[in-house]
Design a protein around this ligand. Sequence first.
Ligand code: ZN
Length: 305
Amino acid sequence: MNRLPSKPFKGTKNKKELDLSDFPPGSVTEYSTIVCLSCTFDIFTKQIGLAPRTAYSEIKKYSPTVSELTAATASPPFFDSEEKKPRCPYCNSAGRWHARFDTIRIEGDKSTDVARRKLTKSLPQKDGQFQVVETKSDRRTTFFGWLDTLGHNLEVDDNRWLLDSTRAYLARHEPKTDWATVFDGVRSVRRSQRLAEGWARDGGRLFLAPQLYNEVLIVQYLVSRSHVHGGQTLEGRLTLQELIRRLRYGGYLDAQGIAAGDQFEILEQVIEKISGGAGKVKLYHIVDRREFLDKVKSVYASYAG
Ligand SMILES: [Zn+2]
C-alpha cells in the first residue's frame, strides 16, 4: 500500500535521509512501513509472558524480514497509512507508539557496486542502526517491481507521462548517461530509421533508434495498460494486438528472435527479452532502524514507568 516506492528519480526528502544521488535512477527502490510498538510489546509481555525489561532487550534486537518491510500489504504488527497522524489499525494506539522503518533496495549490478559499497561504508555501525540484508531474485521479478514503481510515481494521464516514462526506461537501459541534461528542453520523442542504435538530440526532439523506441512502447504499454483501455504510448493508445503489430512490422520481433504464437505468447517472449528473464540478480536492502531504536526506548520508558 503506502510503501511509497518513492520517487526513483531523486533521493530528496528530509535531513535524516541517506544520500542516494550516486545511484543510477531506477536502480533504487524505497519502501516505508510502520510498526506498532504497543502491539509488539503486548505480544512479548502478554502472549509470550516476558517481563518488560526482557521484552525491551528482545524487541531492540528484532529485525523484520525483507518481506515484512517491503510487502504490498502490511500484516500485524506492521501497518501502512497515508494519514499524517495515523492510529494503529489493530490497537488504536497513537503516533508515539509507532516507528517507521525505511528500506532502500538496491539492485546489484556493475553500475551500482561502487556507490553501494561507498554508501554501506558510510553507515553508522553503532547499535545496529542500519542493517544490510542480501537476497536473490531474477531479472524478470525486478523488472516488474520497477514497472510497479514507475506506475506509482507517474500519472499516466499527465501531459508529461510520455516523456517521463521514456526517460525512466532510458535511464534503466543506459544508467551512465546524464538523462536530466539530455531531456532538458525535449518536447517530443521520435523513432529514427537513420539511427542503428542509441539516441540523438535535435532541438526539442529526441530521436531513438527503432529498437530502443520499440522498447519504450513496450514499457509504456505495460505500465499504463491497467489504467486505461489498452496502453498509453508514444504511438497513441494501443491495444495488445496493435502493439504487437507495430513490433512485428517494425522488425522488432524478428530482431529479437521471437517466434510466432498468439498475442499473449508473443507478449510473454517480449517481456522475457526486455526484462532479462531468469537471469539472477542480487538485491541489497539497507534497513534504517534509527527511528525504531529511538521509539523502542521511549516506549519502554513509559511502559516500565
Ligand atoms: Zn497497535
